[in-house]
Ligand binder design. Structure first.
Ligand SMILES: [Mn+2]
Length: 387
């Protein structure tokens, strides 16, 4: 999906467990059982079975022979992408391995506080030195993405590197580009899978504060603060383990969500009060922000994160669409839906995009925001006839 295209599915989307066949994940973890359990044992028993196979566990032994290990994730990285890259990089470095963290481009500034954020190489900012690292690597851990096209401008360098590619991911339909593929679309976050990988390696007791904070942050952001249906009893066991290490979870939430700029808060207010269109009959909400508006509020990357979910939270709204002009005439669009309503098909058929049933992305070319509003107005009842 989305190979080389110009759209992003925002992470933190709802994923679903119904296709998951793991017996471990169906374990009933009652309060009485919890009190009797040995936590470490139970964490392994309930971990994603993808991450505890002999193949997954065996990867640890291969690492020692490697001179340079790179850990990377998708472009427009979110909390799960940055969190998983830093969590794994910290853990490998603490084991004495030579590991470098690489991202295609910068993450939203509300994640600047993450421990180790300063060690990350950004491909778009330092292309020459980052290319050299990717070319010299023996192994590239590819976290939180299902195809090389999701790394944007970094794709060619990634694909051409002779390094082994080992994938840990939870997006549907992974492409065939990995030497090892550890994919579990039923899991709510890549950070949870990285935690399970470390557990499978038998290294739970060696998880540092830095690794714990990064892993907690990624699980938090990709599950909508632990509310989506992808959250399992195991997710909470992982969180319990991380909190048990003494991390300041309240501060993690505060630093991530409650340090917004005045411009950001006022842009969101403007979007919701002056730019919101609703069709209560099919239950669709639509917001579009043009370049002039973004400029007026001194827009920074990540500033409109969450606006689409505010629209979806409206009573009676089952589908929310958020469009943002990215360069003249090209609008990036995020879709959210609830329940059985699929926005993935609409994004794929009409907006050069794709994604998941309840969270998708695409692009649309229009001469003005009014032209896009007219387009949605005349099609919305066909796209969502009976939500
Ligand atoms: Mn993710």
């Amino acid at each position: 999906m989305g190979h080389g295209s110009d759209w992003d599915v925002h992470e933190g989307c709802e994923k679903h467990r119904e296709n998951h066949n793991s017996v471990a994940h169906r374990t009933k973890v009652g309060r009485g059982n919890l009190l009797r359990m040995k936590p470490a044992t139970n964490l392994l028993e309930t971990a994603s079975t993808v991450m505890t196979t002999a193949e997954a566990r065996g990867t640890w032994n291969e690492l020692a022979a490697m001179d340079l290990i790179v850990v990377t994730a998708h472009r427009s990285p979110d909390g799960d992408a940055v969190g998983s890259v830093l969590a794994l990089t910290h853990h490998l470095r603490e084991a004495g391995l030579n590991a470098e963290a690489v991202l295609p481009d910068r993450f939203p500034r509300n994640l600047n506080w993450l421990p180790g954020a300063e060690i990350i190489h950004f491909f778009d900012e330092t292309p020459d030195s980052t290319t050299e690292i990717l070319e010299r690597a023996d192994l590239i851990w590819c976290l939180d993405f299902n195809g090389p096209g999701r790394t944007g401008e970094m794709e060619t360098t990634l694909v051409n590197s002779s390094a082994k590619k080992w994938v840990v991911d939870h997006h549907q339909f992974p492409e065939d580009f990995a030497d090892h593929l550890f994919s579990d679309p039923a899991c709510g976050s890549t950070c949870e899978l990285v935690f399970d990988l470390i557990a499978g390696w038998g290294r739970l007791g060696l998880i540092s504060q830095e690794t714990a904070v990064c892993a907690y942050t990624g699980i938090m952001t990709d599950t909508g603060s632990f509310r989506f249906s992808s959250v399992s009893a195991h997710t909470h066991l992982v969180l319990s383990y991380l909190v048990g290490l003494g991390i300041d979870h309240a501060q993690i939430h505060e630093q991530t969500f409650d340090q917004r700029s005045l411009n950001q808060v006022q842009l969101e207010g403007h979007a919701l009060s002056d730019k919101l269109h609703t069709w209560m009959d099919p239950g669709v909400a639509f917001i579009v922000l043009d370049l002039d508006t973004l400029e007026r509020f001194n827009y920074q990357p990540g500033d409109t994160e969450g606006v689409v979910n505010r629209a979806l939270a409206l009573e009676g709204i089952r589908v929310a669409i958020f469009a943002k002009e990215s360069k003249g005439g090209i609008f990036k669009i995020s879709f959210r839906s609830v329940g059985d309503i699929s926005v993935r098909d609409i994004a794929a058929e009409h907006f050069e995009g794709g994604g998941h049933r309840n969270a998708a992305g695409g692009i649309y070319r229009a001469s003005s925001s009014q032209a896009l509003i007219d387009h949605v107005e005349s099609n919305v009842r066909n796209w969502f006839p009976n939500p």
